[in-house]
Design a protein. Structure first.
Length: 300
Protein backbone atom coordinates (compact mmCIF):
# COMPACT_ATOMS: atom_id res chain seq x y z
CA UNK A 1 0.00 0.00 0.00
CA UNK A 2 1.49 3.35 -1.03
CA UNK A 3 2.17 6.13 1.46
CA UNK A 4 -0.62 8.48 2.51
CA UNK A 5 -0.10 12.21 3.00
CA UNK A 6 -1.17 14.05 6.14
CA UNK A 7 -0.95 17.59 7.49
CA UNK A 8 -0.29 18.34 11.16
CA UNK A 9 -2.45 21.17 12.53
CA UNK A 10 -3.34 22.57 15.90
CA UNK A 11 -6.07 24.83 17.23
CA UNK A 12 -4.85 26.47 20.45
CA UNK A 13 -2.60 23.46 21.03
CA UNK A 14 -5.29 20.83 20.37
CA UNK A 15 -3.35 18.94 17.68
CA UNK A 16 -4.44 16.66 14.87
CA UNK A 17 -3.36 14.72 11.84
CA UNK A 18 -5.57 15.98 9.01
CA UNK A 19 -5.89 13.40 6.24
CA UNK A 20 -7.71 14.28 3.00
CA UNK A 21 -9.32 11.03 1.87
CA UNK A 22 -11.62 12.48 -0.79
CA UNK A 23 -9.63 11.06 -3.73
CA UNK A 24 -8.29 7.87 -2.15
CA UNK A 25 -9.60 4.43 -3.02
CA UNK A 26 -11.82 2.76 -0.44
CA UNK A 27 -9.16 0.29 0.72
CA UNK A 28 -6.66 3.00 1.67
CA UNK A 29 -9.32 5.38 3.01
CA UNK A 30 -10.74 2.68 5.29
CA UNK A 31 -7.28 1.65 6.45
CA UNK A 32 -6.49 5.18 7.65
CA UNK A 33 -9.68 5.20 9.74
CA UNK A 34 -9.01 1.83 11.35
CA UNK A 35 -8.95 2.01 15.16
CA UNK A 36 -5.50 0.44 15.50
CA UNK A 37 -4.01 2.75 12.86
CA UNK A 38 -5.48 5.86 14.52
CA UNK A 39 -4.14 4.84 17.92
CA UNK A 40 -0.69 4.14 16.50
CA UNK A 41 -0.54 7.43 14.60
CA UNK A 42 -1.60 9.47 17.63
CA UNK A 43 0.90 7.84 20.00
CA UNK A 44 3.35 10.59 20.96
CA UNK A 45 6.25 8.20 21.56
CA UNK A 46 5.71 5.50 18.92
CA UNK A 47 3.83 7.47 16.25
CA UNK A 48 3.41 10.98 14.89
CA UNK A 49 1.50 12.20 17.94
CA UNK A 50 -1.81 13.99 18.18
CA UNK A 51 -5.09 14.33 19.99
CA UNK A 52 -6.82 12.71 17.05
CA UNK A 53 -7.09 12.09 13.33
CA UNK A 54 -9.41 14.26 11.24
CA UNK A 55 -10.55 12.48 8.10
CA UNK A 56 -11.76 14.73 5.27
CA UNK A 57 -14.34 12.83 3.22
CA UNK A 58 -16.77 13.67 0.40
CA UNK A 59 -19.86 15.56 1.59
CA UNK A 60 -23.15 13.79 2.22
CA UNK A 61 -25.38 16.88 2.39
CA UNK A 62 -26.39 18.86 -0.68
CA UNK A 63 -24.42 22.10 -0.78
CA UNK A 64 -21.76 20.97 1.71
CA UNK A 65 -18.09 21.22 0.72
CA UNK A 66 -16.75 18.19 2.61
CA UNK A 67 -17.38 15.88 5.55
CA UNK A 68 -15.21 15.69 8.68
CA UNK A 69 -14.86 12.50 10.67
CA UNK A 70 -13.28 12.92 14.13
CA UNK A 71 -11.26 9.96 15.42
CA UNK A 72 -9.92 10.37 18.94
CA UNK A 73 -6.45 9.31 20.05
CA UNK A 74 -7.90 6.11 21.55
CA UNK A 75 -9.53 5.22 18.22
CA UNK A 76 -13.06 6.10 19.28
CA UNK A 77 -15.16 8.44 17.16
CA UNK A 78 -16.44 11.82 18.33
CA UNK A 79 -19.49 13.44 16.86
CA UNK A 80 -17.87 16.86 16.63
CA UNK A 81 -14.66 18.76 17.40
CA UNK A 82 -14.62 22.55 17.49
CA UNK A 83 -10.84 22.96 17.20
CA UNK A 84 -10.72 20.19 14.62
CA UNK A 85 -13.26 21.74 12.29
CA UNK A 86 -11.24 24.96 12.19
CA UNK A 87 -8.17 22.97 11.13
CA UNK A 88 -10.16 21.16 8.45
CA UNK A 89 -11.55 24.46 7.13
CA UNK A 90 -8.08 25.96 6.83
CA UNK A 91 -6.72 22.85 5.09
CA UNK A 92 -9.62 22.86 2.62
CA UNK A 93 -9.38 26.59 1.99
CA UNK A 94 -5.62 26.95 1.70
CA UNK A 95 -4.64 23.67 0.07
CA UNK A 96 -7.72 21.59 -0.58
CA UNK A 97 -9.24 23.43 -3.51
CA UNK A 98 -12.12 25.07 -1.61
CA UNK A 99 -10.90 28.68 -1.47
CA UNK A 100 -14.14 30.30 -0.33
CA UNK A 101 -14.89 32.71 2.50
CA UNK A 102 -17.72 30.46 3.70
CA UNK A 103 -17.57 26.68 3.82
CA UNK A 104 -20.12 24.11 4.93
CA UNK A 105 -18.75 20.99 6.61
CA UNK A 106 -20.77 17.86 7.32
CA UNK A 107 -20.12 16.53 10.83
CA UNK A 108 -21.61 14.01 13.20
CA UNK A 109 -23.54 16.97 14.63
CA UNK A 110 -24.92 17.91 11.19
CA UNK A 111 -23.71 20.40 8.57
CA UNK A 112 -21.96 23.45 10.08
CA UNK A 113 -21.27 26.78 8.37
CA UNK A 114 -17.75 28.18 8.79
CA UNK A 115 -16.22 31.51 7.83
CA UNK A 116 -12.49 31.81 7.11
CA UNK A 117 -10.35 34.96 7.25
CA UNK A 118 -7.29 34.86 5.00
CA UNK A 119 -5.90 37.88 6.84
CA UNK A 120 -5.95 36.46 10.38
CA UNK A 121 -6.32 32.72 9.65
CA UNK A 122 -9.15 32.76 12.18
CA UNK A 123 -12.16 30.55 11.60
CA UNK A 124 -15.65 31.37 12.84
CA UNK A 125 -17.98 28.40 13.20
CA UNK A 126 -21.74 28.46 13.61
CA UNK A 127 -21.87 25.57 16.05
CA UNK A 128 -25.64 25.24 15.96
CA UNK A 129 -28.15 24.89 18.76
CA UNK A 130 -26.90 23.71 22.14
CA UNK A 131 -28.79 20.63 23.32
CA UNK A 132 -29.82 20.97 26.93
CA UNK A 133 -32.05 18.02 27.85
CA UNK A 134 -31.00 14.63 29.20
CA UNK A 135 -32.25 12.85 26.11
CA UNK A 136 -30.27 15.09 23.78
CA UNK A 137 -26.96 15.12 25.70
CA UNK A 138 -27.44 12.08 26.35
CA UNK A 139 -27.76 11.45 30.09
CA UNK A 140 -29.81 9.02 32.10
CA UNK A 141 -33.06 10.22 33.65
CA UNK A 142 -36.16 11.95 32.31
CA UNK A 143 -35.38 12.68 28.65
CA UNK A 144 -36.97 16.14 28.59
CA UNK A 145 -35.32 17.40 31.78
CA UNK A 146 -32.47 19.92 31.84
CA UNK A 147 -29.37 19.30 33.95
CA UNK A 148 -28.42 22.62 35.57
CA UNK A 149 -25.84 22.55 38.37
CA UNK A 150 -26.85 19.13 39.68
CA UNK A 151 -24.75 18.06 42.70
CA UNK A 152 -22.24 15.25 42.24
CA UNK A 153 -19.86 13.94 44.90
CA UNK A 154 -16.94 12.22 43.19
CA UNK A 155 -13.29 11.45 44.03
CA UNK A 156 -13.66 13.38 47.29
CA UNK A 157 -14.91 16.50 45.51
CA UNK A 158 -18.35 18.13 45.63
CA UNK A 159 -19.23 19.51 42.21
CA UNK A 160 -22.32 20.87 40.49
CA UNK A 161 -22.65 19.66 36.92
CA UNK A 162 -24.45 21.28 34.01
CA UNK A 163 -25.06 19.02 31.02
CA UNK A 164 -24.77 20.45 27.49
CA UNK A 165 -24.36 18.84 24.10
CA UNK A 166 -22.74 20.67 21.21
CA UNK A 167 -23.25 17.62 19.05
CA UNK A 168 -21.13 15.76 21.63
CA UNK A 169 -21.72 15.48 25.40
CA UNK A 170 -20.23 17.81 28.01
CA UNK A 171 -20.38 17.99 31.80
CA UNK A 172 -19.47 21.48 33.02
CA UNK A 173 -18.60 22.38 36.61
CA UNK A 174 -17.80 25.89 37.85
CA UNK A 175 -15.38 25.92 40.75
CA UNK A 176 -13.60 28.42 42.98
CA UNK A 177 -10.23 26.93 42.08
CA UNK A 178 -8.05 29.40 40.21
CA UNK A 179 -6.06 28.72 37.07
CA UNK A 180 -3.15 26.93 38.75
CA UNK A 181 -5.43 24.34 40.34
CA UNK A 182 -7.87 23.67 37.50
CA UNK A 183 -5.68 21.16 35.70
CA UNK A 184 -5.00 19.15 38.84
CA UNK A 185 -8.71 19.05 39.58
CA UNK A 186 -9.54 17.99 36.01
CA UNK A 187 -6.97 15.21 36.17
CA UNK A 188 -8.43 14.05 39.50
CA UNK A 189 -12.12 13.93 38.58
CA UNK A 190 -12.06 13.83 34.77
CA UNK A 191 -11.69 10.06 34.25
CA UNK A 192 -14.43 9.21 36.76
CA UNK A 193 -16.91 11.71 35.34
CA UNK A 194 -16.12 10.68 31.76
CA UNK A 195 -17.13 7.11 32.59
CA UNK A 196 -19.90 7.93 35.09
CA UNK A 197 -23.12 5.93 34.78
CA UNK A 198 -25.03 9.15 34.07
CA UNK A 199 -23.41 9.31 30.61
CA UNK A 200 -24.17 6.29 28.41
CA UNK A 201 -21.79 7.52 25.66
CA UNK A 202 -19.24 8.85 28.16
CA UNK A 203 -18.69 12.61 28.32
CA UNK A 204 -16.20 15.42 28.00
CA UNK A 205 -15.54 17.17 31.32
CA UNK A 206 -15.04 20.92 31.80
CA UNK A 207 -13.67 22.50 35.00
CA UNK A 208 -14.18 26.26 34.78
CA UNK A 209 -13.51 29.37 36.83
CA UNK A 210 -15.38 32.60 36.05
CA UNK A 211 -13.21 35.70 36.20
CA UNK A 212 -16.00 38.18 35.51
CA UNK A 213 -16.21 40.64 32.64
CA UNK A 214 -17.26 37.84 30.27
CA UNK A 215 -14.00 35.94 30.86
CA UNK A 216 -13.66 32.29 31.86
CA UNK A 217 -10.66 30.06 32.62
CA UNK A 218 -11.18 26.47 31.49
CA UNK A 219 -9.44 23.10 31.59
CA UNK A 220 -10.96 20.19 29.66
CA UNK A 221 -10.73 16.46 30.20
CA UNK A 222 -11.65 15.23 26.72
CA UNK A 223 -13.49 11.98 26.19
CA UNK A 224 -11.15 9.41 24.66
CA UNK A 225 -8.11 11.70 24.96
CA UNK A 226 -7.59 13.04 28.49
CA UNK A 227 -6.34 16.54 29.28
CA UNK A 228 -6.19 18.64 26.11
CA UNK A 229 -4.74 22.09 25.62
CA UNK A 230 -8.01 23.26 24.11
CA UNK A 231 -11.49 22.02 23.21
CA UNK A 232 -13.74 24.09 20.99
CA UNK A 233 -16.98 22.32 21.77
CA UNK A 234 -16.01 22.37 25.45
CA UNK A 235 -15.52 26.13 25.34
CA UNK A 236 -18.93 26.50 23.71
CA UNK A 237 -20.63 24.20 26.22
CA UNK A 238 -19.00 26.08 29.10
CA UNK A 239 -20.17 29.44 27.75
CA UNK A 240 -23.70 28.08 27.40
CA UNK A 241 -23.62 26.70 30.96
CA UNK A 242 -22.32 30.03 32.26
CA UNK A 243 -25.14 31.94 30.57
CA UNK A 244 -27.78 29.52 31.84
CA UNK A 245 -26.51 29.97 35.40
CA UNK A 246 -26.25 33.75 35.17
CA UNK A 247 -22.44 33.67 35.33
CA UNK A 248 -22.10 35.23 31.84
CA UNK A 249 -24.39 37.05 29.43
CA UNK A 250 -25.96 35.50 26.34
CA UNK A 251 -25.59 37.75 23.31
CA UNK A 252 -22.15 38.97 24.47
CA UNK A 253 -18.81 37.62 23.30
CA UNK A 254 -17.16 35.55 26.03
CA UNK A 255 -13.39 35.07 26.16
CA UNK A 256 -12.60 31.48 27.16
CA UNK A 257 -8.96 30.97 28.14
CA UNK A 258 -7.72 27.40 27.76
CA UNK A 259 -4.31 25.87 28.40
CA UNK A 260 -3.30 26.40 24.76
CA UNK A 261 -4.86 29.77 24.04
CA UNK A 262 -8.09 31.73 23.87
CA UNK A 263 -11.35 31.17 22.02
CA UNK A 264 -14.14 33.71 21.62
CA UNK A 265 -17.65 32.35 22.12
CA UNK A 266 -20.99 34.08 21.58
CA UNK A 267 -24.19 32.38 22.73
CA UNK A 268 -27.28 33.69 20.97
CA UNK A 269 -29.66 35.49 23.32
CA UNK A 270 -32.37 32.93 22.53
CA UNK A 271 -29.90 29.99 22.69
CA UNK A 272 -30.68 29.17 19.06
CA UNK A 273 -26.99 28.88 18.16
CA UNK A 274 -23.45 29.40 19.40
CA UNK A 275 -20.64 31.02 17.43
CA UNK A 276 -17.00 30.10 18.07
CA UNK A 277 -14.02 32.07 16.75
CA UNK A 278 -10.40 30.98 16.98
CA UNK A 279 -7.16 30.14 15.15
CA UNK A 280 -6.03 27.13 13.16
CA UNK A 281 -2.31 26.66 12.55
CA UNK A 282 -0.60 24.45 9.99
CA UNK A 283 2.54 22.92 11.52
CA UNK A 284 4.06 20.49 9.01
CA UNK A 285 3.32 17.89 6.34
CA UNK A 286 4.26 14.25 6.26
CA UNK A 287 3.36 10.84 4.91
CA UNK A 288 2.92 7.38 6.40
CA UNK A 289 2.57 3.80 5.28
CA UNK A 290 -0.20 1.93 7.13
CA UNK A 291 1.76 -1.33 7.41
CA UNK A 292 4.81 0.48 8.76
CA UNK A 293 2.71 2.40 11.29
CA UNK A 294 1.22 -0.82 12.64
CA UNK A 295 4.59 -2.56 12.71
CA UNK A 296 6.06 0.32 14.73
CA UNK A 297 3.11 0.61 17.14
CA UNK A 298 3.45 0.46 20.91
CA UNK A 299 3.68 -3.14 22.15
CA UNK A 300 0.55 -4.47 23.85
Amino acid sequence: MSSIAFAKYHGCGNDFLVVDLRTLDDVRANAVQDTAVVRALCDRQFGVGGDGVLAILPPITAGADARMRVLNADGSEAEMCGNGIRCVVRELHDRGGVAKDTLVIDTGAGPLTCGYSTRTHQVTVDMGRPRLTRGEIPMTGASGERVLEVPLAIEGESLKLTGVSMGNPHAVAFVDTHWSGLRALAEKVGPSIEHHAWFPRRTNVELAHVLGGERIELVVWERGVGITLACGTGACATAVAACLAGRATAGHEIAVRLLGGELRIKVAADYSTVHMRGPAAHVFDGAFDVAHVLASARPD
